[in-house]
Design a protein around this ligand. Structure first.
Ligand code: PLP
Length: 381
């Protein structure tokens, strides 16, 4: 049976080179980084070396990076602390954001009376920049704009630099959830008017449970998790030192040849688009995922209606193909996707997200297509 993993937007398999970088830390560097003795100081220096290395990939200062447990914590911290510490009274976001942003913004609106505006999006998931501008012009209170760089379900990207410029013109803070794009694209934080960005290592072949927040030096927040003075008083709790080393190694590997990686994965995605088109008539692609400007790791396919719609993913799974319907984080659940409904995608047809990573090949596509062809010829009504 095939064993093809096409759910890399949910999580990626860890790279063995990352595991090898983490093992000596797990074995030997047990010292608490807050301890003042030699064991502690060694652990501390490993963390600070990692922070320096992380910053070097983004043309930013190490003092702008804070390690967290991943993307969800980082997104939560930015929204909550922007309201509590920076006097933000208005959050503008989109209906297609990850729930780490959307649910947090909704809670801040319900419990703390923050104004919440949802910017219009079109059928491809593109943010209406004129509407964003008019929302910013209309409301003069301190505003945080939170818009994801690339959508985890439908691959649509925002023009990060342009959105940053619009925010700057209106004196708004700008956060971008970059969880799906860090390690997949180059970022120059000196060149982007971005106050906050977020990262999660397990999206680029690193370990789970570790990520970071980028907070530009012009703004300062207070911690969301309180306790000890770790992360320069910004995030309490004994540091996940082997996770930090794993994240740094995964980032190093990702940025060794990011354009080569992009070319290779885009090749796999384009091949899958072509093979799907020639094999299953009536197929189309949700959001912007077909375009070469979209996030190259994600392809969201809307299949023609079948008599096994509900069982489509299950059928793929029993044939050894891991993919997902709806959001990565609720894959396996039957809750419909707020992203697909937000762009008005058909609810009568099965949609499947295939997402690609470093360990996929063209052969994987051929195998998946032959499985789909089999399922499809049996199932079509
Ligand atoms: N933001 C986006 C766009 C995501 O895709 C995810 C995970 O699927 C997250 C945030 C949450 O990241 P984590 O799993 O590290 O909490």
């Amino acid at each position: 049976m095939a064993n093809i993993y096409f759910d890399n937007a949910a999580t990626t398999p860890i790279d063995p080179r990352v595991v090898n970088a983490m093992i000596p830390i797990l074995r030997e560097n047990f010292g608490n980084p807050s301890s003042i003795h030699t064991d502690g100081r060694i652990s501390r220096s490993i963390i600070e070396k990692s922070r320096k290395s992380v910053a070097s990939f983004f043309n930013a200062s190490p003092s702008e990076f804070f390690f967290t447990s991943g993307g969800t914590e980082a997104d939560n911290m930015i929204l909550r602390c922007a309201v509590h510490d920076l006097g933000v009274k208005h959050i503008i976001t989109s209906p297609l954001e990850h729930h780490a942003v959307l649910h947090t913004a909704e809670e801040l609106a319900h419990k703390e009376g923050i104004r919440l505006s949802l910017v219009n999006v079109d059928g491809k998931g593109q943010v209406d920049l004129a509407h964003l501008t008019s929302l910013l012009a209309q409301h003069k209170e301190k505003t945080l704009v939170s818009l994801m760089h690339a959508n985890n379900e439908i691959a649509t990207k925002i023009p990060l630099k342009k959105v940053g410029e619009i925010c700057k013109e209106h004196d708004a803070l700008f956060h971008s959830d970059t969880v799906q794009t860090m390690g997949h694209y180059n970022f120059d934080f000196q060149d982007l008017n971005l106050h906050f960005a977020t990262c999660s290592a397990h999206k680029f072949h690193g370990p789970k449970g570790i990520g970071f927040i980028y907070i530009c030096n012009d703004v300062s927040l207070k911690p969301m998790i309180t306790g000890g003075a770790q992360e320069r008083n910004m995030r309490a709790g004994t540091e996940n030192i082997y996770g930090i080393v794993g994240l740094t190694k995964a980032l190093e590997l990702a940025y060794e040849d990011v354009s080569g990686h992009q070319k290779e994965i885009q090749g796999i995605k384009s091949y899958m688009i072509n093979r799907l088109r020639e094999t299953i008539p009536g197929i189309h692609f949700n959001g912007d995922s077909e375009s070469e400007d979209s996030l190259y790791t994600v392809l969201n396919v809307c299949f023609p209606a079948t008599d096994i719609d509900e069982m489509f993913l299950y059928n793929l799974d029993i044939q050894g193909i891991s993919a997902s319907g709806g959001s990565a984080c609720s894959s396996g659940s039957n809750i419909g996707s707020h992203v697909l409904s937000g762009i008005g995608a058909s609810a009568d047809r099965p949609s499947v997200r295939f997402s690609f990573g470093r360990f996929n090949s063209m052969e994987d596509v051929d195998i998946a297509i032959s499985v789909l062809e089999k399922i499809y010829t049996k199932a079509t009504v």
